[in-house]
Design a protein around this ligand. Structure first.
Ligand SMILES: *Cc1c(COP(=O)(O)O)cnc(C)c1O
Length: 404
């Protein structure tokens, strides 16, 4: 079964590159252009007959060895043939969608997705490329299937949706897409290591590396994982969406992130362990808490059937405090009086980040769209960090709740 896959083991099996002088870390290939030893090689490079797999590089926006090495790490943890890193998560998402879709094509998308992705699908792509989208509740498979047209090329979902934490049934959604000649693209930003969508039927996996994978809130970056053919097509000199729209990652950035991938598994495990403790204790207190690791979450069993063992149910939970005012008071107390966490968007940081989703990352949605997507006005999204001790942090959270 798919959940016997261990991304940490797959990462170790991916042969690590030595640095240029035998260094234990890979080298930063800080060159934008690459020499050939024979003039005849140049046309071979341009035609794609030789490329990075053969150790031949052309130009840094095309492929760079350090960025390529990070792509291999991403492909290892996602168990795909290939992967490549991009300048941002949005760069990865936009390139993947533009690569699969042509003008006039159609996308079926989850309705609880990252605000930037929603704006891309709802506003940008229709205006700029004539690619339209229908937004559906991905937990309602009948409405997902009903939203397909003969122009639908992509079913787009987030593995664990932002910010509602609805879990996508990836095998069922892959079947719906494949039966209708479409590909399933999964944004796995919320669940690296713990979920490997490609093992469950996804064709393309996209990431914002800005979150858990980098883990330090100091770098904006993204990644795309898929078949060798698909990743190659992104770099096509005529029609490659990464090559031509140019959301290239810098080699220094790739090096920095690649140094953090080896401990991603440890970090995700600890984020999940703490999220589970907090969610259970909040539930015991009678709070309205949403976390897929809780038995009462509607897709708890589903996620349990899909996850790789040992990495928990993820590091993000939702706490609905009823009104935006109460949410604001809670966050102000935690950050400014108790020194626990930051009022900031994003997630996957080593410290705790909290934001009121309706006012921030989902503000691209109208009030009605937010209501339909189940984003309550008092919902605080908490990405739990691992600084401090669990008991110290829990005590602070209780104090903030008691003061409401
Ligand atoms: C942050 C985020 C993105 C966008 O990533 P950037 O790196 O900021 O471009 C996309 N999807 C999800 C689920 C995210 O959380």
């Amino acid at each position: 079964m798919s959940n016997k896959f261990d991304p940490q083991a797959a990462l170790a099996d991916t042969r690590h590159e030595f640095g240029e002088h035998g260094g234990v870390n890979l080298s930063i290939e800080a060159s934008t252009t690459f020499t050939v030893m024979a003039a005849e090689t140049m046309p071979e490079l341009f035609s794609g007959r030789v490329g990075p797999e053969g150790g031949c590089y052309l130009y840094g926006r095309h492929f760079n060895p350090t960025v390529y090495a990070l792509g291999k790490q991403l492909a290892a943890i996602e168990n795909t043939e290939a992967g490549y890193a991009t300048a941002s998560g949005m760069g990865a998402i936009a390139a993947a969608l533009m690569q699969v879709c042509n003008a006039g094509d159609h996308i079926v998308s989850g309705n609880t997705i990252y605000g930037g992705t929603f704006a891309l699908l709802n506003s940008y792509l229709p205006a700029k490329a004539g690619v339209t989208s229908a937004f559906v509740d991905v937990t309602d498979h009948a409405s997902v299937a009903a939203a397909f047209t003969d122009k639908t090329r992509v079913l787009y979902v987030e593995s664990i949706a932002n910010p509602t934490l609805d879990v996508a049934d990836i095998p069922a959604l892959a079947k719906i897409a494949h039966d209708r000649g479409a590909v399933l693209i999964v944004d796995n930003t919320f669940s690296p290591m713990l979920l490997s969508p490609a093992n469950l039927g996804a064709d393309i996996v996209v990431h914002s590396l800005t979150k858990f994978i980098n883990g330090a809130s100091d770098i904006i970056a993204g990644g795309v994982c898929g078949t060798q053919e698909f990743i190659g097509s992104l770099m096509d000199l005529q029609l490659g969406s990464l090559m031509l729209l140019g959301s290239t990652m810098d080699a220094r950035t790739a090096f920095n992130i690649s140094m953090r991938v080896p401990h991603l598994g440890l970090r995700v495990t600890e984020h999940s362990r703490r999220a589970q403790v907090f969610a259970e204790r909040l539930l015991e207190r009678g709070e309205s808490v949403v976390y897929p690791g809780l038995a009462g979450h509607p897709q708890h069993a589903l996620l349990g059937s899909m996850i790789n063992e040992g990495y928990g149910y993820g590091g993000v939970f939702g706490l609905d405090l009823g009104t935006a005012e109460r949410a604001d008071r809670f966050m102000n107390t935690l950050q400014n009086e108790l020194g626990f966490g930051y009022m900031a968007v994003s997630l996957g940081y080593f410290d705790t980040l909290m934001s009121c989703s309706g006012q921030t990352t989902s503000s691209e949605l109208s009030e009605e769209e937010r209501r339909e997507a189940g984003i309550a006005p008092g919902l605080v999204r908490i990405s739990i960090g691992y600084t401090g001790s669990v008991e110290q942090r829990w005590g602070q959270m209780v104090t903030a709740l008691d003061r409401l």
